[in-house]
Design a protein around this ligand. Structure first.
Ligand code: PLP
Length: 395
């Protein structure tokens, strides 16, 4: 009667969503002030003023049919030009507007790209810890996820394991930096080493291996940390971008795919991207928000609040005795659980009102993710519960 794989996906929510729903129920039972919800990556910093101005201006125009009508399947031509111009201004990547495909956020950018690339049972390398939906997206596209472990000192990929994981069947590698869930920004040194390995493997196997740069957190970095633009380091690069986090617009579903001008058979891949968008029904991303992002294409988020949150929670937890690496980007802290089973640890935390996500689905057992894009005062109020949790493990 129905597809069992889809049934499983639909009837078992992701662990993150599960916790979020639990939190809402629990707040109704015991009061919102007794639940500390660190589950979702839903930005709590308002969208930049330029977004509000753009919406006002666009919606006050007398002829709104052009605003609410269909655009070209791949996105409005002027919007794609604005996006390409911005990429080229900021990174000098030489991207053509005809290599941009407007999407409904990073999830659509990724699923379209994976479907466009997979030719059968291709392998897609995921670098742990990784966003759990990657394995859902790869599998649904008919590909095979191959997970590479990480270096525990900084959550960067284990390069020896990375090299070993690449086979004749490898079609692409998904790179997510700044990273969800660790907040790590991969250094240029690490990325250059990965690119060298990939070029060697391309030569060995005689076919391109694509770097898929999933970059919703590109603009969320603290201090003077650099996030190298992967197209400038490696020819066979496809960027999957989203404005969900950078402009705090996750509910509006807007992002894009950008193909490097140096990608092998870039015209063919772009046609396949358009084809995948068509096959998946992801044509014509929301028109109003295409126009909004075109007007705000160089706007930056106000990340001061995230940095303040990061400093508060990182300092407090490390002082309490928790082990974690200070994150340079995104709005997540990946903490070592106080027992080997992170699910049991997260359950114990839940009993104290702390909603934190076990790392198993991120390909990292023994860790929990704390999403700190939340109210500063909630973090402050949660600290005694984190202390109580730590003390409950004292022998
Ligand atoms: N990729 C990563 C690493 C994410 O963390 C998320 C969302 O949290 C997504 C993709 C999906 O983003 P979007 O909401 O733009 O589809």
């Amino acid at each position: 009667m129905f597809n069992q794989d889809m049934y499983k996906l639909g009837s078992h929510r992701s662990v993150i969503r599960e916790l979020f729903e639990f939190g809402k129920k629990r707040m109704a039972e015991v009061g919102a002030d007794k639940v500390y919800d660190f589950s979702l990556g839903n930005p709590n910093v308002p969208a930049p003023e330029c977004v509000r101005q753009a919406i006002l201006e666009l919606t006050q125009r007398p002829d709104s049919t052009s605003l609410h009508g269909y655009t070209s399947a791949q996105g409005d031509a002027a919007v794609r030009k604005a996006v390409a111009d911005s990429i080229n201004r900021r990174f000098g990547a030489g991207v053509s507007p005809d290599a941009i495909y407007m999407t409904c956020g990073a999830a659509a950018s990724l699923t379209i790209t994976l479907n466009a690339l997979n030719e059968g049972n291709d392998e897609f390398i995921l670098l742990a810890p990784y966003f759990p939906e990657y394995s859902v997206f790869v599998t649904a596209a008919g590909g095979k996820p191959v997970v590479v472990p990480f270096d525990k000192t900084d959550f960067s990929p284990d390069l020896a394991a990375f090299e070993k994981a690449i086979t004749h069947a490898t079609k692409a590698v998904v790179v997510n930096s700044p990273n969800n869930p660790s907040g790590t920004v991969y250094s240029e040194k690490t990325l250059l080493a990965m690119c060298d390995i990939l070029r060697g493997k391309e030569a060995e196997f005689g076919h391109p291996i694509v770097l898929i740069a999933d970059e919703p957190y590109r603009e969320l970095v603290y201090g003077d940390v650099e996030v190298p633009y992967l197209m400038n380091l490696y020819d066979d690069t496809i960027v999957c971008y989203s404005y969900s986090k950078s402009l705090s617009l996750p509910g509006e579903r807007i992002g894009y795919i950008a193909l490097s001008p140096n990608l092998a058979d870039v015209g063919g891949v772009y046609a396949a991207v358009c084809g995948a968008g068509r096959a998946l029904g992801y044509v014509c991303a929301p028109n109003l928000f295409q126009q909004v992002v075109a007007k705000c294409v160089d706007a930056l988020p106000d990340i001061a609040a995230y940095k303040r949150n990061r400093d508060l929670i990182y300092n407090a937890l490390t002082e309490t005795g928790y082990e974690c690496v200070r994150p340079d980007g995104a709005f997540y802290l990946f903490v070592k659980a106080l027992e080997p089973d992170a699910n049991a640890f997260a359950d114990r935390a839940k009993n104290l009102g702390l909603l934190i996500v076990p790392g198993d689905d991120f390909g990292a057992k023994g860790y929990v993710r704390i999403s700190y894009c939340v109210n500063y005062d909630m973090i402050k109020r949660s600290l005694p519960a984190f202390r109580e949790l730590k003390e409950s493990y004292a022998d």
